[in-house]
Structure formats: structure tokens, C-alpha cells
Write a protein of this length. Structure first.
Length: 675
């Protein structure tokens, strides 16, 4: 075997042999490793011995190691540095992986063995962790339909296949609509646009083969255009195009796809014995029931709407002073809100920028991890997947903890957004395996010789992803299936959103926000204005988010709507949606909910985690400060090191002594003082 992916990796720390692999190795590596995984599964289910924890659950946990060695570097590369060959490989692998997933999760023989262990569990002398892994394995099989028989079994398989096809179609339609629309700007159309928007609009024109400047539907261009363009007519045109994605009629229209997806999800829930899809989905989440989600959303909705209504009056007054005697419309909000932000906080992005250097912000995140958890970071010189990526060895008291990789700069071929993943997760079943964790961001790459500078939002993203990395790096369990970030969807954002709070601790930025040229620390009043402005316009942000989350949960509760657009309109009317704000994601382009299953009836998760992160950070403050050692210890012991060892509400209660209320969130968003 001369495929470097399948050979023994003799690289430092056992990192993937990036220097030796080529794109040609992935397909043969995948086929060989899939065959091996199939053989491993057959060995488990055909074992003539009666099931034991070791020959069934341990064996399942160990299954597919070779496939992991192929796919973990492959999907890292496909995400951060794609090319046509890698895209073709993704299209080739994805149906095969889906089929393999069903072979395991809808396997009646496997279920019979796992279920026999479950029925016998009291006699097996299992550790608490083994008991939990057995429970979760069985639960996963039941929820995938392994217990079904006859028509129901076949039909569920069909439904899942159809849903996978529809999800891909939904995404591709959206991309097609986003690519198709652009608006050319004549010189007289540029009024109000600052230099950085003009530069982006010019680059967009070049890409479209147009002259001058164009506006496209890319978030990084349309949002600043709506914030700064003084031309109300153009703002309206751009805004309407942006919010009509997926609803333009013709072949790329997503409305009937959304309806079919909702109907199939309902059928899937019924086949599995649930009343509706939300009940099915939320069973394994921390929220547990759709009613618990509605309760949280409504508690936040009322004060957010009150704040947004007040803000709408101020913005309308500004607009009238501008000589526009009309009602405030959705395409006016960002424009007047930006004017108000500049007036109230007196904040100039250009003045701020030199103080937030990427390297210093990385040091700041590391320093917080040192002060909280005793982690130390040493730069490594090892071959990685791209020359821009950097690696550090993470140690504690001289002991190896993890390898941390940062891949921070945007480039073509990198997926947009920011994320954290593990090239290798922590576990002890195969020996003391320590994790390899990667943070990926899309910060602007500086010209050669200049330091990389961040916006405050970028710095917050860096801290967010580093919080996920800590969840992986501090993991200390035996079984990989519950390691690190393998927790409920509405709990997984807690460590990341919590870590963002340390960026707001003034002593952190006082030390690390230093001027790129002079080395001077950021002046105290500028620091304060920056922190104040970071939480600006929360009425608007909360309203547009909660509206989307509420539509998502109602879509999946009760009978699926025949016409989702009508139902969406009814829900918003019932909530009293402010007329100058629309949903953050309307149905025809709500990719979180329709492109796949991850956030379906779970878009509320961000806010659910936010309730906890605000409350968890308050625990530090109550105990004596942001770096209180005893609270950090508790956070590591009860949350960061234990992965999915227990249900999320138990973990949180162990850390905090109780479950959180919504108060700290409202205070954090400045919504606690609204009448
Ligand atoms: Zn996150």
C-alpha cells in the first residue's frame, strides 16, 4: 500500500502527512477505507459470540479509523482550499457517505445487539461513561429508524434520500439567485459610499466583467451598501433583490421545495412515532420541547420589540429631517442606524483599526487560556495544509495537551465564515490520543510586510472559535463519540460565546490592543467607545433573529403548512413584527433550516446558548473577577473536559448550581431597561 493517507503516519504528533499527499490519493483511499469499514461492521454484526460491551460498543467506536484518516484531511482541504478536483470528489463522496450512514444507523442486526446490551445494562458493571455511550448509541439507532420494519422502514429510507436531494437543490438555487443579480452603479449613484465599500464594489464589477462599480448580493457588499448609500431608490432595489433570493419564480424558486421539505420532515417524525418534527428534533436537545423554545423566544421578543419600536421612531425622525416624508422602510433602517451610531459613539473605523493586530489578538486569546486553565502555547514548525496556516503545541505543566492550528486569512477556495474543527479528537480507547484542533477564519490578508489588522467583529470571531477549540483541547473522556464538542446543538455554542466575554474585559484589550506602528496602547476613551458600539442596535438584531427562530419552530410544530409563505406571514403578524424590520432569513433563503437538517427547528440554538454564556460569565464576576481560578476550574471540570458525558442541563447545573434565567442575556444586549 503506497497511499500516504493509509500508511502509518510518522509525522510530528501524528499530524496528517500534508506534504506527501496529493488529490489523487483521496478517491482510492476512500474506496479502500470504506471497504475496510464495511468489513469491520460485518465483523460486529456477524459475531457468533453473544454481544458484549467490548465486542459491540467498543468495536463500533473503533470502526472506521482508516476512513477517518482519509476524510479528515480531505474535508479540511475541501473547506479551506477547494478546487474543481476537490469539488468533484465531494460530489462523489457525499451520496456514498449518506448510504454508508444508513447502513450503520438503520441496521436491524446492529440494533438487536445494542438493544440486548441495553436491556442487560444493570448486570454489565459499566462505568458511568460506558453507560452513557451505550445509551446514546441506542438512542441514535432508534432515532434513525433501525427498529422500524416493512413499509415504514423502506419509506423512511426514501424520505431521507429525497430530503438529501431537496436540501442540495435548495442550496444550489440560492447560489444561482445570488450569482445572477447585480446592480451597476453610475458615478452619480455612489453618494455616501466610503472607500472600503467602493473598493469592494469595484472588485465585484471586475469579477462580473462590468465597468465601474456594482452591488452584488454578497453579505460583505450588500450590507455596507445598505448602511452607507444615500440613494434611497437604489437601497430599495438592492434590498428587495436581497430579500427575494429563492423567491423569484422560475427554476430556482425555493418556495415549493420548502413546502415539500416540511411535509417530508413531518412524515419522518410520524414514521418514528412522534407528533411532529420539532418534538422529534428537540427530544435530544437541552430545550427538550417546542414550548420551552417558544417561552425563551417570547421572553426576549417583548423587550426587543419595545426597544426596536423606540429606535424606529428615532430613525424615522432622522429621515424626516433629511427631507424624506415617508414611513421608515426596511431599506432605510441600516442607513439611518449607521448615521446614528457614528453620531452617538463617535467611532471611526479607520482610527481604530491599527490597534487590533491579528498576532496580538492571538496572543490575547492564548493569555486568557493561560490565566484561566494554565495552558501554554509554543509555535511549531511542521508541514500543514497551506502556507498561511500556523501551528502551536499546547502544554500544561510540561504535559502535552493538543496541537492547535490557526488558518486565519481569506483566499479564493476557502468557504466563507469561520469555524472550528478537529483533525483528530481526544479519546483514550486507542491509547492516550490528544486532539489536533483547527480554527479557520476569513480575515483580510495584508500586503507583504504589513501586519494583519482586524475589526472588532473579527477579533470577536477569533475569540469565539478559540472557545470551541478549548472545548476540544481540554476534553478528557475515553470515548470519541462523546468527546469535545459532541454535545447538544443548543449547548455547543456555550463555550465559544462564553469565551467572547474575555475580549470585553478591559484589562485584556488594554494590554493587547496596541498600535501597529507606535506600539502605544489604545486610549481608554476609544476602548470604551469601541466596547459600547459593539452592542449597538440590539433591538433590531434581536427582532430580526427571533422572528426567524419563531417561524422555524412553528413550521415544524403541528401539521406542516401547505403554503409556508402564508404561514410565515401569519406568524409575523401574530407577533406584531415592526414594519421596518424583516426576518433575518425568510423562508425561500433560510439555508440554516432548509439546506440540511442541522438547524431545522433549532435556529433558536444561538439564543439558547447566549442565555447560558451571559449567565456563566456572571458566575466569574460574582466570584471575584473574570479570571477567578475556582470558577475556571469548575468550568473545565463540569463543561469543557466532559463533552457529552451527561445531559447538558445536568452539566450546566453542576457548574452553576442552577439553570440560567434570561436576565443576564437581556442585560448583555442592553434590553433590560426597556419599559
Ligand atoms: Zn460557534
Amino acid at each position: 500500500m503506497n497511499n500516504p493517507l493509509l500508511a502509518d503516519w510518522t509525522t510530528p504528533f501524528g499530524l496528517p502527512p500534508f506534504a506527501d499527499m496529493s488529490d489523487d490519493d483521496f478517491a482510492p483511499g476512500f474506496e479502500a477505507s470504506l471497504m475496510q469499514a464495511r468489513a469491520e461492521l460485518a465483523e460486529i454484526i456477524e459475531n457468533p459470540e453473544p454481544p458484549t460491551f467490548e465486542n459491540t460498543i467498543d468495536a463500533l467506536e473503533l470502526m472506521g479509523e482508516a476512513m477517518h484518516k482519509v476524510l479528515s484531511p480531505f474535508y479540511t482541504l475541501a473547506g479551506v482550499d477547494s478546487n474543481p478536483a476537490r469539488e468533484a470528489l465531494q460530489r462523489e463522496f457525499s451520496p456514498k457517505l449518506a448510504a454508508w450512514g444508513s447502513e450503520v444507523s438503520m441496521n436491524p442486526e446492529l440494533f438487536a445487539r445494542v438493544d440486548a446490551l441495553w436491556q442487560d445494562r444493570e448486570k454489565l458493571k459499566l462505568t458511568p461513561e460506558q453507560m452513557r455511550v451505550l445509551e446514546l448509541t441506542r438512542r441514535g439507532l432508534v432515532r434513525a429508524g433501525a427498529q422500524l420494519e416493512g413499509f415504514a422502514f423502506d419509506r423512511l429510507k426514501q424520505v431521507k434520500e429525497r430530503l438529501a436531494v431537496l436540501g442540495t437543490q435548495f442550496t444550489q438555487n440560492l447560489l444561482a439567485d445570488e450569482r445572477a443579480w447585480y446592480m451597476e452603479l453610475d458615478p452619480e449613484d455612489l453618494e455616501g459610499l466610503p472607500g472600503f465599500v467602493l473598493a469592494t464594489a469595484k472588485a465585484a464589477a471586475e469579477e462580473k466583467g462590468a465597468v465601474g462599480h456594482v452591488v452584488t448580493l454578497s453579505r460583505s457588499l450588500i450590507v455596507p451598501f445598505l448602511q452607507f448609500s444615500a440613494r434611497r431608490d437604489l437601497r430599495e432595489r438592492a434590498y428587495e433583490a436581497w430579500t427575494s433570493r429563492g423567491a423569484n419564480g422560475g427554476e430556482t424558486d425555493n418556495r415549493s421545495i420548502a413546502a415539500e421539505i416540511l411535509a417530508l420532515r413531518e412524515e419522518r417524525a410520524h414514521l418514528l412515532g412522534y407528533d411532529d418534527f420539532a418534538t422529534y428534533k428537540l427530544e435530544t436537545e437541552m430545550a427538550k420541547t417546542p414550548d420551552a423554545v417558544r417561552k425563551l423566544l417570547m421572553e426576549v421578543w417583548e423587550p426587543a420589540k419595545a426597544q426596536a419600536d423606540l429606535d424606529a421612531q428615532s430613525l424615522a425622525a432622522m429621515m424626516n429631517n433629511d427631507g424624506v416624508n415617508d414611513a421608515l422602510e426596511p431599506w432605510d433602517w441600516r442607513y439611518y442606524s449607521e448615521k446614528r451610531r457614528a453620531e452617538e459613539h463617535d467611532l471611526d473605523e479607520a482610527e481604530l483599526k491599527p490597534y487590533l493586530q491579528l498576532d496580538r489578538m492571538i496572543e490575547a486569546a492564548f493569555d486568557c487560556a493561560t490565566r484561566l486553565f494554565g495552558l501554554e502555547f509554543k509555535a511549531l514548525d511542521v508541514p500543514l495544509h497551506h502556507p498561511d496556516a500556523r501551528a502551536w503545541e499546547v502544554t500544561r505543566k510540561g504535559e502535552h495537551i493538543a496541537v492547535f492550528i490557526g488558518d486565519y486569512f481569506a483566499r479564493s477556495g476557502k468557504r466563507s465564515g469561520a469555524w472550528c474543527s478537529a483533525l483528530r479528537s481526544q479519546q483514550k480507547l486507542r491509547g492516550d490520543i490528544r486532539p489536533h484542533v483547527i480554527n479557520v477564519c476569513n480575515f483580510a490578508k495584508p500586503a507583504k510586510g504589513s501586519p494583519a489588522l482586524l475589526s472588532y467583529d473579527d477579533a470577536r470571531t477569533l475569540f469565539h472559535e478559540f472557545g470551541h477549540a478549548l472545548h476540544q483541547m481540554l476534553s478528557n473522556v475515553t470515548y470519541e463519540s462523546i468527546s469535545g464538542t459532541s454535545v447538544a446543538r443548543d449547548f455547543v455554542e456555550l463555550p465559544s460565546q462564553l469565551f467572547e466575554h474575555w475580549l470585553e474585559v478591559p484589562e485584556v484589550l488594554q494590554k493587547y490592543a496596541t498600535h501597529a506602528e507606535t506600539g502605544e496602547p489604545m486610549p481608554a476613551d476609544m476602548l470604551q467607545r469601541m466596547l459600547d458600539a459593539a452592542n449597538y442596535d440590539q433591538g433590531f438584531a434581536t427582532v430580526e433573529y427571533v422572528a426567524s427562530a419563531m417561524v422555524d419552530i412553528e413550521f415544524h410544530s403541528g401539521d406542516a403548512p401547505e403554503d409556508p409563505m402564508t404561514m410565515q406571514a401569519e406568524i409575523l403578524e401574530g407577533m406584531g413584527m415592526p414594519p421596518a424590520i424583516r426576518m433575518r432569513h425568510a423562508t425561500p433563503h433560510f439555508a440554516h433550516v432548509f439546506a440540511g437538517d442541522g438547524y431545522s427547528s433549532a435556529y433558536y440554538s444561538y439564543m439558547w446558548s447566549e442565555v447560558m454564556d451571559a449567565d456563566a460569565f456572571a458566575a466569574f464576576e460574582e466570584a471575584g473577577g473574570a479570571f477567578d481560578a475556582a470558577t475556571a476550574r469548575k468550568l473545565e471540570d463540569h463543561i469543557l473536559s466532559v463533552g457529552g458525558l451527561r445531559e447538558a442541563d445536568e452539566l450546566y447545573t453542576e457548574f452553576r448550581g442552577r439553570l440560567p434565567g434570561v436576565e443576564a442575556l437581556l442585560k448583555g444586549r442592553g434590553l433590560d431597561k426597556v419599559a
